[in-house]
Write a protein that binds this ligand. Structure first.
Ligand code: 5GP
Length: 121
């Protein structure tokens, strides 16, 4: 899938749409999700143009990959959720219900989060 430079996170990165920023460095921006699913719900995104985890893991440079995951750990520590725990989610593609086609990691925390997936049937 080609990268859509008008997706909402690309527009946040360009400063066209505001966000509630929690962290920024050379490679990464993190901000609060607009519709939080838990008391802490932070989105961590790379500044580079990657559609999803699949795209990021294939094309990002080693510096971008290391910077991204180090930042994600730091952001969780700074959010104060290390002791109680947190869940990382990254949706890729149709079956995962990925909405925004710019790679992002959800950090969810602040209450017991229940089973990993909704059980069906
Ligand atoms: P996905 O389903 O793609 O994994 O998650 C996209 C997330 O982006 C959703 O949790 C949604 O609430 C969040 N989101 C969508 N638009 C905006 C926005 O304009 N600002 C912020 N902060 N979050 C957004």
């Amino acid at each position: 899938m080609a990268y859509d430079s008008n997706n909402i996170f690309a527009r946040i990165l360009r400063g066209e749409i505001p966000c509630n920023k929690v962290y920024e460095d050379q490679h990464v921006l993190a901000f609060h999700d607009i519709h939080p699913q838990a008391p802490t719900h932070i989105l961590v995104i790379p500044k580079g143009a990657y559609v999803s985890f699949a795209d990021f893991s294939e094309r990002a440079t080693p510096d971008e990959i290391t910077g991204f995951f180090r930042a994600a750990g730091l952001i969780a520590r700074q959010a104060g959720v290390d002791a109680t725990g947190y869940r990382l989610i990254s949706n890729h593609g149709r079956d995962s219900h990925q909405d925004v086609p710019h790679f992002h990691l959800h950090i969810l925390a602040g209450r017991p989060l229940g089973p990993l997936l909704l059980r069906q049937g």
